[in-house]
Design a protein around this ligand. Sequence first.
Ligand code: ADP
Ligand code: ZN
Length: 756
Amino acid sequence: MNQLFPESESPTASAPCLFARVAVALPVDRSFHYRIPVALADSVVVGSRVRVRVSGRPVCGTVLALDRVADVARVLDVEGVFGAEARVAPEVIDLCRFVADRYGASLGETLESALPPPVRHGRGIRQVVVVQLAAPFADPKRARLEADVLLAKHEKQARLLRLLAEAGGGVREIDLLRRAQVGKSPLESLERRGLVARTRVDDPGDPAFLASPSARIPPPLPTSEQVAAVSAVELALESREHRGFLLFGITGSGKTEVYLRSLEEALKRGRRGIVLVPEISLTPQTVARFRGRFDRVAVLHSALAERDRLREWRRIASGAVDVVVGARSAIFAPLPDLGLVVVDEEHEPSFKQQNPPRYHAREVALERARRAGAVVVLGSATPSLESWAAASAGRLTLLRLRERVGGGALPETQVLDLSHMPFTKHASMLTDRLRAALEEVLRRGEQAILFLNRRGFARLSLCPGCKEAVQCPDCDVALVFHQRAERLICHLCGREQAPDARCAKCGKPGMRFLGFGTERVEQELRRNFPRARVARMDSDTTAAQGSHERILGAFGRGESDFLVGTQMIAKGLDFPRVTLVGIVSADTSLSVPDWRASERTFQLVAQVAGRAGRSARGGRVIVQTLHPQHPAITCAVRHDYEAFVAAELPLRAEANYPPFTQIVRILVSHADVDRTRGAAEKAKAKLAPMAGEFGVELLGPAPCPIERVRGRWRWQLLLKCREVKELTRVVAWARERVAQSAPVRVTLDVDPGSML
Ligand code: ADP
Ligand code: ZN
C-alpha cells in the first residue's frame, strides 16, 4: 500500500465534505472552492488532481483541503478527477507552499511544476500486449524442445518460441514480432497450441531503458578522506536529525564514491535518497554509476519519453525505488522515507529554474531535508559562495577531499596573455603555443579538449564603413553568424536572417565577421590540422535526441582527437586520454555585467581545467585571456578555491551582494520604452516607503544590461534583504505592491541567476 496517500483521508469516513479547496494552475495567489459531485465523492481527497473551470476556461488543479462550507455562495463543480496515482503527497504540497512563498510564485503553478508533464495532465500508461511462455512450458529448456519439434513444419513459430525462451520473461508483442520478423498469425497459432499466453498490461516501457543493474560495479576501496567523509554522514543519519554537509573535493577526488557510500548507509537504515545532478551531466555514464551500485534506481529528467517518466514516478511513489537520480525538479519526487539528499555540482546555475516558480533546487533540497529530518550533502570542486559562507557560519559542515584518487596530480597550467601573443596565420584564436601543444597531442596519439563558451562562427557582422554591427531588431544584442546554417542568429530570441552582402545602414559592401565561436574554432582546427579528427559539442550540434551521447561516446572511444565545445563539455567528463585542455578564451563570462561574473569564470575555468590529466599520462592546461591578472583566472589555474574566495568575498561584502544579502530582482517590461520606465518608477514609489521599515535596500529603477529582449524594453529594481528569515515577508509584501497590470509585465526573481 502506498503510505503517502492514507485512505483515512477519504471524505466518506465521517460526515460528507461537500467542497474541495483547489489551487489552480494559474498565476493567482488564492485557492477556490468547488463543489464535489456525489459521483466523485469517493475519489476526491487532499492531494487529488482535478479538472475545474476558472472564468469559463478549463484548468487543472490540486485539492488542498476538503471543507463543509464554501467561502462564496455560487460554487462551480469539480468536473473530473485524475487517477489516484496522480495524487500529490501531503509533504510535497507543504514543500510547494514553502517554494511558492519563498520565490513569490502561486501555489497552483508551483504544484504544476512539481509534477512531470504526464502526471500533471493526468495521462495514463498505455496498455500493451505482453507475450510469455505458457505455464507448462515456462522452463526455457522445455520451450526449446518444443521449438525443435515445430521447426520442420512451422519455422516461424519455432523462431518465436526460441526468442521467448531466450528472453526468460514477458516481452511486448510488438517487440517480439519485430525481432522475429514475422506477422501475427504464427503467434496466434502458438497461443492456440497452449504454448504461449498473451496478456494486456501497462506498457513496461523501453527494454533498453529498463535494463537495470546491467553490470554490478564493485566498490573500490575507499581512500581515508572518503572514509572520513562517509563516517560524518553516517553519524548524522544515525541521529535521524537534519544535518547539512558541504563536500568540497577537487575534481577527480572521488566525490561520487562518497555519495554512493552515503546512500548505502541511508538504505541500511531503511531510508531512501534523492541525487540531484545538473541536467547536462545526467548522462548514461552518470546513471550507470548509480545503477551499478543499487538495484532500485529511478531516473527522472525531461529528455525521458513521457511513458518512462510516468512509470518512474509511479515506481517512486509506490515505494519500489530506493534512489532517485534526477535533474532539478526531481527534488519534488514523491519518495517516502527520505534520508539523504545529494546535490552534485551544487554551484551549477542550472539548479535555478528560469520560469515560475523560479526556485533554486539546492535551497529546496535543504528545506525538504529539514522537514524530513534528512541529511543533505552538497558537493562541488568549486562551491558556490553561498554554500561556502554557510559552511563558514556553521550552518553546513565542511567535508574535504584534498587529493585526487590514485594521487594523480592536478594538471600543470599556463596562462597566455592574448594581448601579447603572436598568432598563427589564419588562426587568430589559436596562439602559436596552443597550436604547438595541439600538435604534440596529435603526435602522441592523445586527445585534447578546447573550450570556448560561445557557439556560432563569428560574434558579430560588422560594416567596414560605418562600423555598425548587425543587431537583432527585437533585442539589444548583435546577431551571431552561424556558418553552416549561413544565418545570422539572435542568441536571445532565436530570430534568424540571411547575412546581407551590404550594410543595411550605409549600403557599403564587404561586411566582416568578427570574433570567435565554437564553429570557427572547429574550422581553424581543421585548417591547421588537416589530419586531425575534430568533433564539436554545443547546443547547435546536440539538438537531435541522443546526439549528446553520440559525440561523447565517439570521443571516449578515441574516434576523434579534438573536442571543441561550450560549457557543455566543462563538467563531469572523465576521459583518461585527454592530456591537453585549451581554454580558447576565458573572457566570455568575465566581461558580463553581473555580480557573479568572477565566480562563474572561476568555476568554468577550474572545471574545464579539471578535465585534463585524469590518468597517469598527466596533462596540461592552456588558458588564453586578456585578463591574466584577474583573480578568477589566477586562482583557477592554481586550483586555489580558497584564494579566490579570499579575493572575492570582500568585494561582495563591500557592494552588499550575496552571500551577504538576499537579492530580489523586480523586472518590468513593456514594448514601449517610456511606459516601461514609468511602470518601473511607479513600482519604486510603491516600494520605497516600506523598504526602510523592513530594513531592505532598494536600488533602481535602471535599464537592464540587455535593455531590450523580444521587442520588450526591460527595467529593473533590486531589493537587498539582509536576513533570510525576512525574505518570505519581503517577497509577499513586494508582490502585493507591484502586481501585474497588463500589458506591463512585472516579474519577481528571488536569488536571480542572471542580472542581464
Ligand atoms: P569527482 O566527482 O570528485 O570529480 P569521481 O567521483 O568522478 O570524482 O572519481 C574520479 C574517478 O576515481 C572515477 O573514475 C572513480 O571511479 C574513481 N574512484 C573514486 N574513488 C575511488 C577509490 N577509492 N579507489 C579507486 N578509484 C576511485
Ligand atoms: Zn533577438
